[in-house]
Design a protein around this ligand. Structure first.
Ligand SMILES: Cc1cc2nc3c(=O)[nH]c(=O)nc-3n(C[C@H](O)[C@H](O)[C@H](O)COP(=O)(O)OP(=O)(O)OC[C@H]3O[C@@H](n4cnc5c(N)ncnc54)[C@H](O)[C@@H]3O)c2cc1C
Length: 426
């Protein structure tokens, strides 16, 4: 597990990649002034960052309680490397101790089971009730497994591994147990889903593992979308160069049901029988987001005011990360959740001080994908708040794509991961 020491060792590397550009306005509160209590639910990329920055930027003026159901943070970014056998679970697991010791965040390991947004109270499964001045929700996504016949309740046999943790271990073990000459079939749901390039990266790393250890095997990618959702040309190039005989991509292939006993995926026009079946179900905002009584967009995602991340129809509650309905062109990524958190923390501090929030926040995204254990590609973008349209818009000409997969970016990708974990948790 990463500790504070190893964080600090890497903290100098590519720090700019995770530094916020969201606060040209000073978010720092007047030293020592008590501003109120903020409860944060969810200690992932969004929630942990918000908890830390609320404490740091208020100079201790905001009391912060972070409610997280898991004992440790386990990173989805880099979890495909665990599935491919290049990393271990401890390499992607980080303690919450830094938030407590270094920043004075109160961390409660529990599940939030109810929210009364009128009374400003949260109830937890351990029987506790917390009162707040402002609430931040960063619960990530939940899976709509019931949309795929036969899947619900069988995720231990047909894992998604789209929340890193136990599921990552199950999928890795299934891959290790797969016979040479077997079939690994994976299904990608219709966008929007968490991490647009993530499934294609997974296909690469699984194919890479099979090529080395079980070369007679095959990877079949069943995509409900009509094409690759991110870094298309770069993934296609990698597949043609390295995985031509092992990986088969079948777009426009929405999964209807699964047969758990035979590990068969049933689509409209075909069925695929696999030795390992990895189904990423369609997704929605984590259940706790549904507890605030907000009118969810498409019944799935929370509608937020991007200037502050406050929920449009529920004052005092901020939703960040994957659970929010994104601004145009904004990906559901850990990097973006980290940036939302900084917009939220800065706005909350100013609102608690009775001041206007920064009128011109800027956020950015970078996302790295391994096309094999040594070569990586990235996509990046910058998003500026547009006052007229009252949302973030992509800055023309910002960001870009790797020209080709390369080894230097593999180093940068690992530094990015260590730095963003440090930015959230150290
Ligand atoms: C395989 C894969 C690879 C990825 N690679 C990248 C990448 O390279 N770069 C990148 O930027 N992003 C990547 N992502 C996406 C990234 O993981 C998500 O976008 C990010 O985790 C979203 O942050 P979040 O805070 O919204 O949710 P999360 O990080 O999922 O955090 C939500 C937290 O809330 C907790 N929680 C939920 N409900 C409750 C409750 N009721 N009570 C208490 N706790 C609760 C959960 O336990 C969880 O810890 C990847 C994702 C996957 C699956």
């Amino acid at each position: 597990m990463m500790n504070r020491r190893s964080f600090l060792k890497t903290a100098g590397l590519s720090a700019a990649a995770t530094a916020t550009v969201a606060t040209p306005f000073s978010a720092m509160a007047e030293s020592g002034k008590k501003l109120g209590h903020v409860v944060v639910i969810g200690g992932g990329f969004g929630g942990a960052t918000a908890a830390k920055y609320l404490r740091m930027w208020s100079d201790g003026g905001v009391d912060v309680t972070l409610v997280e159901r898991n004992p440790h943070f386990v990173s989805c970014p880099m979890s495909n490397l665990v599935i491919g056998g290049e990393k271990q679970m401890e390499d992607i697991t980080v303690s919450y101790d830094g938030l407590v010791k270094n920043h004075g965040v109160k961390v409660i390991q529990a599940s939030a089971t109810g929210i009364d947004a009128g009374a400003k109270k949260v109830t937890l499964d351990n029987g506790e009730t917390l009162s707040y001045d402002r609430l931040v929700l960063s619960p990530g996504i939940d899976f709509m497994s019931s949309k795929i016949g036969g899947l619900e309740g069988n995720e231990d046999k047909i894992p998604h591994a789209w929340k890193a943790g136990e599921q990552t271990v199950i999928l890795r073990k299934q891959l290790e147990d797969m016979p040479d000459g077997g079939v690994f079939a994976m299904h990608i749901p219709k966008a929007p889903y968490r991490c647009p390039p993530g499934p294609y990266e997974r296909a690469c790393l699984v194919a890479s593992y099979l090529k080395q250890h079980k070369p007679k095997s095959k990877v079949i990618v069943l995509d409900a979308n009509e094409d690759i959702q991110s870094k298309k040309a770069l993934f296609r190039k990698a597949w043609e160069t390295h995985y031509k005989d092992i990986l088969e991509y079948r777009p426009n292939n929405a999964l209807l049901e699964v047969d758990v006993a035979t590990k068969t995926a049933v689509m409209d026009f075909e069925s695929v029988k696999a030795d390992v079946l990895n189904v990423i179900p369609p997704q929605r905002a984590g259940a706790v987001a549904g507890m605030i009584g907000s009118d969810l967009i498409n019944g799935l995602w929370v509608n937020v005011d991007w200037l502050t991340t406050e929920v449009k129809d529920v004052p005092g509650v901020h939703v960040i990360g994957d659970a929010a309905f994104p601004a145009p062109g904004m990906p559901k990524s850990g990097h973006m959740a980290n940036q939302h958190a900084k917009v939220a923390a800065a706005a909350i501090i100013r609102l608690l001080e009775g001041k206007d929030p920064n009128p011109t926040p800027v956020v950015m995204n970078t996302c790295y994908s391994f096309v094999d254990p040594k070569n990586v590609v990235h996509v990046a973008s910058v998003h500026q708040f547009n006052a007229e349209k009252h949302t973030f818009l992509k800055v023309d000409g910002s960001g870009g794509l790797s020209p080709a997969a390369n080894q230097l970016e593999a180093k940068t990708a690992m530094s990015w991961a260590k730095n963003i974990w440090a930015d959230m948790l150290a």
